[in-house]
Design a protein around this ligand. Structure first.
Ligand code: DGL
Length: 272
């Protein structure tokens, strides 16, 4: 008998996705559209959120634990749907895991390629703006000095609590963004996967306080396309048939109370 296992054309195993909490739901929305036959297992480390004010080693350890949890669930690929976890752990995860690992990245490139004389604000957690991986990305931009990095402590906690409205966020937005009052701002990069859920509030603040067009950018569509490329190249795509319930939700927090919030966020209308 031959011990050669013939690889089938399709792979029905799910894709694993994790974030410190609910933020990765904004990445997942894009992937559900880009890859309509795939199933996803989502892990939100809500008990340990936010990651963004923690030390690098701590974020690395939490990210490794989240990745291992998903690998044990039998995923065929992993998506790190958290900019903070990516900055602290992506190299280690790629070295360690046998499944392919795809990640999000702040979308400063399209923002910097926009014509205009204004600045680009990159909003992210303090950890992301501080860590070497992001700094190297910024240094590769044609005009790195155009980007102003703004570490936005506090926003993730509000979003985790489901407080997405402008009136719930205005005080914090003003604390973080008032130093740029009246400046010409061409673009704002949503460098944390939680922030697309408050894009309307950020846009409103920008319209009221900055000069310029101020387009918003997030990297989620690019991540979804990258996942499609990786699954295609490695012949890991699911077969083109209705997948039924496509998202399973797991959390380090209280699943009963958190799952309805997560499901609601998957439906929230995100617009610029
Ligand atoms: N969603 C996250 C990110 O993209 C993490 C936020 C946090 O836990 O501080 O950075």
């Amino acid at each position: 008998m031959s011990d050669i296992t013939l690889k089938t054309e399709y792979d029905e195993r799910p894709v694993g996705v994790f974030d410190s909490g609910f933020g990765g739901a904004s990445t997942l929305r894009n992937m559900l559209i880009e890859l309509p036959y795939e199933r996803f297992v989502y892990f939100g480390d809500n008990k340990n959120a936010p990651y963004g004010d923690r030390a690098e080693e701590e974020i690395l350890a939490l990210s490794e634990a989240a990745a291992e949890y998903l690998v044990h669930k039998g995923v065929k690929a992993l998506v790190v749907a958290c900019n903070t976890a990516t900055s602290a752990s992506i190299n280690a995860l790629r070295r360690k895991l046998e499944v392919p690992v795809v990640s999000v990245e702040p979308a400063i490139k399209p923002a910097c390629l926009m014509p205009g004389s204004g600045r680009v604000l990159m909003l992210a957690t303090r950890a992301t703006t501080r860590l070497a991986r992001y700094k190297a990305l910024q240094a590769r931009m044609p005009d790195p000095g155009r980007v102003i990095n703004v570490g936005c402590s506090g926003l993730v906690e509000r979003i985790e609590a489901g407080r997405l409205e402008f009136c719930e966020l205005e005080d914090l937005l003003s604390e973080r963004l008032s130093p740029f009052e009246g400046m010409e701002i061409d673009g704002i990069v949503l460098g944390c996967t939680h922030y697309p859920f408050i894009a309307p509030a950020i846009k409103r603040y920008a319209n009221e306080h900055f000069r310029g067009e101020c387009r918003l950018f997030d990297g989620n569509a690019g991540t979804a396309r990258q996942l499609r490329r990786v699954l295609t190249e490695r012949r890991l795509l699911a077969s083109p048939k209705e997948a039924g319930e496509r998202v399973s939700f797991f959390t380090s927090g209280d699943k009963e109370s958190l799952e309805p919030v997560f499901r609601r966020l998957l439906e929230v209308k995100i617009h610029e």
